[in-house]
Design a protein around this ligand. Structure first.
Ligand code: NAD
Length: 233
């Protein structure tokens, strides 16, 4: 097998949560191009799923059947200083970003363990490692740190079952979530970091294919940072 063959996902079934837009949509395209049969699990298209609702997640998995690759991509972010964050907003961020990953990983992971293998890729963030500027987003930052640590916890526990769990930590990517051209944010988000630009969603696809495929067969519990150098300073 050639090195490029190890990136192939022919015959694999992959699910991308929140795959109707942004990074998730680009990841779904990349996985398809790598040969996978891709199912989008979102609130508006594909198999309709709300990742915060365990019954919805169970129904999604029952409808799809055996899953080889799970990409936990669904996420939300709000900008607000800590003392102004309503309890409901804190809860909403944790519901999607942390409970969503927990719900999908446990339901799909149980099935993967029973079948003897699989790959889970969690979309974390540089916000798990640094505090973004100039906006405050305490719930999001804490939630993504939880995603990175949950990635490591599940990776350790499920390695003997052949289930690999890794995370991707993107820097700023031009999507609905990240208004990268906004003059309030651009100087610190985009101009200041080493590469001086934002990423397009398509630039996240290859890294997810890598983490989902045999190309990363000896990797588990890792966080792959793809941030144009943002976290270097
Ligand atoms: P986006 O808003 O385009 O995508 C988020 C998706 O999640 C949407 O399709 C939304 O409908 C879906 N979603 C939200 N709540 C859901 C729920 N309860 N059930 C199912 N789906 C739900 O933004 P994006 O930038 O593409 O974000 C994708 C992931 O990348 C998120 O986890 C985000 O935190 C992460 N991320 C984004 C950036 C960035 O700069 N854009 C940087 C680092 C990490």
């Amino acid at each position: 097998m050639s090195v490029l063959d190890t990136f192939r996902l022919d015959g694999k079934v992959a699910v991308v949560t929140g795959g109707g837009s942004g990074i998730g949509a680009a990841v779904a395209t990349a996985l398809t191009e790598a040969g996978a049969e891709v199912v989008i699990a979102s609130r508006s298209q594909g198999v309709i799923t709300d990742v915060t609702d365990i019954d919805s997640v169970r129904a999604m998995v029952a409808e799809i059947g055996p899953i080889d690759v799970l990409v936990n991509n669904a996420g939300v972010c709000f900008h607000r200083p800590a003392l102004e964050v309503p309890d409901e907003e804190w809860r909403a961020v944790w519901d999607v970003n942390v409970d969503g990953v927990w719900n999908c990983s446990r339901v799909v992971g149980e099935q993967m363990i029973a079948r003897g293998g699989g790959a889970i890729v969690n979309i974390g963030s540089i916000s798990a490692q640094i505090v973004n500027r100039p906006q405050w987003q305490p719930a999001y930052n804490a939630s993504k740190a939880a995603v990175h640590q949950l990635t490591k916890s599940l990776a350790a526990e499920w390695a003997p079952h052949g289930v690999r769990v890794n995370a991707l930590a993107p820097g700023y990517v031009k999507t609905e979530m990240a208004p990268v051209d906004d003059p309030r944010f651009k100087p610190l988000w985009i101009d200041d970091p080493p590469m001086g630009r934002y990423a397009l969603p398509e630039e996240m696809g290859p890294s997810v294919v890598f983490l989902a495929s045999d190309a990363s067969s000896f990797m588990t519990g890792s966080v792959l940072v793809v941030d144009g150098g943002y976290t270097l300073w």
